[in-house]
Design a protein around this ligand. Structure first.
Ligand code: 13P
Length: 249
């Protein structure tokens, strides 16, 4: 059985004080949840403060990006070692905003995934098609190619520590979601791809989330689908009420 994982991607929102405030509310609202993993991914600058806030709580800390080297002359970058030191457990990589605005490629995502795993951190690897690709019936081929490239060369025993987030780009921040059946269909294609690369065992272990306009009012429908192991939530993770409702779907 795969444990559902609900992660909040705060993107570039919240000052440190605001992040502490939201975290305190979430800790209280979610303190009784035991059967699913809860992760919050604030901006880098809030990680240090939130490590202290989350001590002893059931909410885990995540980051939104990282570089693949441990240290060096890479101005502006943050390494897996540094994130580990801040109590981070999960790191989102390959988000479509990073691929789109900052030209991140599957090759880079693959290097980041390997660097994270080597340091005992768990990557949340985002994949998903654009509206253009969907309309050209390329969803399946685009997503499969991303999975093949992003997981390339990763040893089978690491797969249980990897989360894939299927985030169709046209559903992010738009209020449009894939129907739950469609999200479930693409996620089973992703699982089949993992089976093709590894085996049935790895395919059954890897957790695959859906992301893209997940809200309190559609979480239940999406998260009760057979292949969907959780959600990567953007906008609705910025308020206590909506994120709590999603976690408790
Ligand atoms: P929204 O939930 O705001 O659509 O964002 C989804 C997302 O990009 C999460 O990583």
């Amino acid at each position: 059985m795969r444990t559902p994982i609900i992660a909040g991607n705060w993107k570039m929102h919240k000052t440190v004080d605001e992040a502490i405030c939201l975290t305190r509310e979430l800790k209280e609202a979610l303190k009784d949840i035991k059967d699913r993993e809860i992760v919050i991914c604030p901006p880098f600058v809030a990680l240090h403060a939130l490590k202290a806030e989350l001590e002893g709580s059931n909410i885990k800390l995540g980051a939104q990006n990282c570089y693949f080297e441990d240290e060096g002359a890479y101005t502006g970058e943050v390494s897996p070692v540094m994130l580990k030191d801040l109590g981070v457990e999960y790191v989102i990589i390959g988000h479509s905003e990073r691929r789109g605005y900052f030209n991140e490629t599957d090759e880079l995502v693959n290097k980041k995934a390997k660097a994270l795993l080597k340091k005992g951190l768990k990557p949340i690897i985002c994949v998903g098609e654009s509206l253009e690709q969907r309309e050209a019936s390329e969803t399946e081929s685009v997503v499969k190619k991303q999975v093949f490239r992003d997981l390339d060369g990763i040893e089978p025993y690491r797969i249980k520590d990897i989360v894939i987030a299927y985030e169709p780009i046209w559903a992010i921040g738009t209020g449009k979601t894939a129907t739950s059946e469609e999200a479930n269909r693409v996620i089973s294609i992703i699982r089949d791809t993992v089976k093709e690369m590894y085996s049935e065992k790895e395919a059954s272990l890897i957790r695959i989330q859906y992301g893209g306009s997940v809200k309190a009012n559609n979480a239940h429908e999406i998260l009760t689908q057979s292949e969907i192991d959780g959600a990567l939530v953007g906008g609705a993770s910025l308020q206590t009420d909506s994120f709590t409702a999603i976690v408790k779907y």
